[in-house]
Design a protein around this ligand. Structure first.
Ligand SMILES: CC(C)(COP(=O)(O)OP(=O)(O)OC[C@H]1O[C@@H](n2cnc3c(N)ncnc32)[C@H](O)[C@@H]1OP(=O)(O)O)[C@@H](O)C(=O)NCCC(=O)NCCS
Length: 182
């Protein structure tokens, strides 16, 4: 059973460990292996960012952050980032984390969510976000230097949070959520 909850201070070492792994892959984050722990903490963990963790049978399995995409007059649009630990990939945790974040964003009064930098070769992420109602609204040519593929495009993805027709309350989870993972 998977459980998603708000992160606490003692979660940080596991989040940082996963962040370093993902950054070092050079495949999905603009943050690379030179990123400092303090930079990562500011991005993922430190207020006003909201950080959540997923546990499967009590074991850390993934995390996401949620915050405003822009300050001031852009602060009604949320931004989020997600990481699933390698041992737990392919079990739809990304989708569960994303649906959870959409519910949390709504609770906090955000009216939309935007991803600014989805690497176009990140098939699993794009698939998961599209299943959660996100549309690709922009493509920035060659904006990411992929470790293996060289210059690849970056996608901007967006989802309104005000359209209940596309936001099924039945599939989005509240702050404390239990999910079965197969
Ligand atoms: C991207 C990531 C979050 C996906 O997590 P996940 O829990 O394994 O994803 P899911 O199990 O929800 O799978 C998502 C979809 O992608 C599909 N998929 C998974 N890996 C795939 C691959 N290599 N190629 C094609 N499709 C793939 C899954 O089958 C699933 O589609 P389906 O529901 O139609 O079967 C995870 O790989 C990760 O943490 N990567 C590093 C960090 C990252 O990329 N974050 C996102 C940045 S935008």
């Amino acid at each position: 059973m998977m459980h998603i909850r708000q992160a606490i201070a003692t979660d940080w070492p596991r989040i940082w460990e996963l962040f370093q792994l993902v950054a070092a892959s050079g495949e999905v984050f603009t943050y690379d292996e030179t990123t400092t722990e303090e930079t990562a903490r500011q991005l993922w963990f430190a207020p006003p960012t909201h950080c959540f963790v997923a546990e499967v049978e009590g074991t850390f399995a993934g995390t996401y952050y949620l915050r405003a995409n822009q300050p001031g007059r852009g602060s009604h649009v949320a931004n989020a980032g997600y990481m699933v630990a390698p041992a737990f990939r392919g079990q739809k945790l990304a989708e569960a984390l994303c649906r959870h974040s959409l519910a949390e964003a709504r609770l906090r009064g955000f009216t939309a969510m935007q991803f600014n930098c989805v690497v176009s070769t990140n098939t699993a992420a794009i698939r998961a976000w599209q299943k959660c109602g996100f549309a690709i609204i922009g493509r920035v040519p060659g904006a990411f230097r992929h470790r293996h593929h060289g210059l690849v495009d970056v996608l901007i993805m967006h989802r309104a949070l005000t359209d209940d027709a596309t936001a099924s309350a039945a599939t989005e989870q509240p702050a404390e959520a239990q999910h079965s993972v197969s």
